[in-house]
Write a protein of this length. Structure first.
Length: 337
């Protein structure tokens, strides 16, 4: 092969205009799920959202309320099939939805659920229903942290709430009997919470599950370019929301971008992403950092999978859910220290 010689090297690769086809290597159900998320012209529907000006708190709040209503409407039907009861605890400014399954053979076990939503959305009813889902799925008490978010509550409010919730759960359960689950933005908070908790002398939980985690708010990874507009669920970077969440704090600080932290002493981790996930680079770099820190880690890379999976109901989602279940069960079978 010959190398092209140019007077000024190009700092990238110029791509011709083309359609990136959905992979034939995925199931028909997954293919249909992806097709529902694009327009007839092939544009990701979620790329059409327009974000407010940075200083317009009223517009940010209106957008937040609108999206949260959509989240709640999408999950309302799911709530009809949930068996777990719930109560809501208020600890100072921190709200926790405690979901308890109908019957549990292991009352000593618990999971903490940190919802996704780009560090702006996903609180309220959607958070509560998610906690009930996890309680039913694993047959243990689940603590869903309804952490505060901007524009009214920028960093470190959400992280403070997660630490408050974790401290409370530690009064109810041994640390080895706790599994922490964080999805997307919740993955950011889960990992940041453990870094800060470790720094403050708290014991680590028995296991950590990070699903397509948003662990780099500086958005420095390769997939923020290569998977832009290819990820039908999360097609564009979230920098305006990241800055809103940070409230002027340094986006590169490990409590905001935990990818840049030190991972010594963290618990065994299940780390998931997909080949079309905008956050693929987050997970790839985090995986290597955990390996270097000698943290046991399982890395699940879903073929053709966008951010967050295929919305449920596909063979791929079921396969992923089963591997998460196996990981969690193994953590709970590990004797407490």
């Amino acid at each position: 092969m010959t190398q092209a010689k140019t007077a000024t090297p190009c700092n990238g690769v110029s791509l011709p205009e083309r359609i990136v086809p959905f992979p034939t290597s995925i199931s028909a159900q997954a293919m249909a799920a992806m097709q529902r998320l694009v327009t007839p012209q092939g544009a990701p529907v979620n790329a059409l959202m327009r974000l407010p000006a940075a200083e317009d708190d009223a517009a940010w709040q209106a957008l937040k309320d609108q999206v949260n209503r959509q989240y709640e409407a999408a999950m309302t039907g799911l709530a009809e099939h949930l068996d777990a009861g719930f109560e809501t605890l208020t600890l100072g400014e921190t709200e926790i939805h405690v979901a308890t399954p109908d019957a549990s053979a292991h009352p000593e076990r618990a999971c903490i659920d940190l919802h996704g939503g780009a560090l702006l959305f996903g609180g309220g009813e959607a958070c509560r229903i998610s906690a009930q889902q996890q309680a039913d799925r694993y047959g243990v008490r689940c603590y869903g942290v309804d952490y505060r978010l901007p524009p009214a509550h920028p960093y470190p409010a959400a992280l403070d709430d997660c630490l408050t919730a974790y401290r409370h759960v530690l009064t109810q359960h041994a640390s080895a009997d706790i599994v922490l689950i964080g999805r997307s933005a919740g993955g950011n908070l889960a990992l940041a919470m453990l870094l800060r908790g470790r720094d403050e002398g708290l014991p680590m939980p028995g296991g950590l599950v990070l699903l397509s985690p948003e662990v780099d708010l500086t958005e420095s990874g390769d997939s923020f370019h290569t998977n832009r507009d290819v990820d039908v669920m999360l097609p564009v970077p979230l920098m305006p929301i990241n800055r809103l969440y940070a409230g002027g704090a340094d986006l590169g600080h490990p409590y905001l971008s935990p990818l840049f932290g030190q991972f010594d002493g963290l618990p065994p981790t299940f780390l998931q992403t997909g080949t079309r996930d905008l956050f693929l680079s987050n997970a790839a770099r985090l995986h290597r950092a955990l390996v270097r820190a000698k943290i046991p880690v399982e890395f699940y890379l879903g073929e053709g999978m966008p951010h967050g999976g295929f919305m449920g109901g596909t063979p791929e989602d079921e396969d992923m859910a089963q591997e998460i279940r196996v990981f969690i069960e193994a953590r709970w079978q590990t004797p407490s220290s």
